[in-house]
Design a protein around this ligand. Sequence first.
Ligand SMILES: C[S@@+](CC[C@H](N)C(=O)[O-])C[C@H]1O[C@@H](n2cnc3c(N)ncnc32)[C@H](O)[C@@H]1O
Length: 332
Amino acid sequence: MVRSTVATREIRQELLQLLHTSSQQEHQEGKKVWRLALSDTWYKHPGSADSYNNIAQDKDYMPMHATEIEAVLQNGEAIRRSLPESFTLADLGCGDGKHTFMIMESAKLRDRISSYCPVDISDIMLNEATKTAYAARYGPAPNGCSVDRIKRNFVTELDQVVAGVSREKPTLYLLGATYSNFDRDEMLSLFRKSIRPIDYLYVSAQLLADGASVQRQYLAKGAETMVTDVVRSLGFDRTDVTFFDRYNSERREMELYFLVNRVPEELAEKYGVKQGDEIVVLYSYKPRFLDFENQISKYFDGIVFTNEKENYAGFIGQLRRLEEPTKEPSSA
Ligand SMILES: C[S@@+](CC[C@H](N)C(=O)[O-])C[C@H]1O[C@@H](n2cnc3c(N)ncnc32)[C@H](O)[C@@H]1O
């Protein structure tokens, strides 16, 4: 079945709102760069769940997942030691759940999962992840654990996600590499506000060790189609824009963007989009190991690990305790 890729009115409104609030930077020649921080809007497109699952199977994209698994396998013992004997697994942006299952399996953590909460905005993904969890028999044998799906936006509704997760055990919030598609400070501050001191966070990122292959994976089949839906929803014809990719070394982000050749009237008049502007529709953080570590350690304490090739990093840990206030010297 071919799904329609035409955006609904709601998605279009969200995109225009993003355009409205997008932080624009003046380009050298007076052109603007519109940065649409899209992650969830993008996945609301009919068909994008399928597109992502196709991309994830692509030979140029798969190594990223494989490298993360390698890093987890090579650090299995440290990972196991840093986690409690039993925990709730909240799989944020679960996708089809297969990659999460590989992570759990590689770290030999499957039996420690007391309940599994796939969290996603997409029903398709939640259905797939539920099937994966049952098939993989998460949790203690023989019956496995309960699966409690949560259809929520884990950014704008993180508090509700946290409230919906079973509170009986500590929770491992698994965001993984989806961390790279958000503003890191914003995400980490959100978690700091919302999760409990007994909970854990797992985030990961592909490191910028091999620029060429990093770039190639973003040209995996389906990626261009997926992001093209976004500019079409904004009102552009495909021929109005040209697709490019680049590494933005200042922000340490891989970017997929469109150069605007022709501007639909509404976007020119209401939003001030001009010919020659650029619209960044996807970014992904590709830091150096130290950048990754320093960023997280502002908020969290735990283990930071990498693989032997040092092209992938992961973090598991808990909220950093606030410094004990220093005592006033006694006047007695
Ligand atoms: C890049 S895929 C990753 C899937 C899976 N975790 C993996 O590693 O293969 C991102 C997933 O997150 C979901 N997603 C993105 N932004 C979201 C948000 N703000 N709230 C809830 N789900 C979101 C998408 O629907 C999609 O399933």
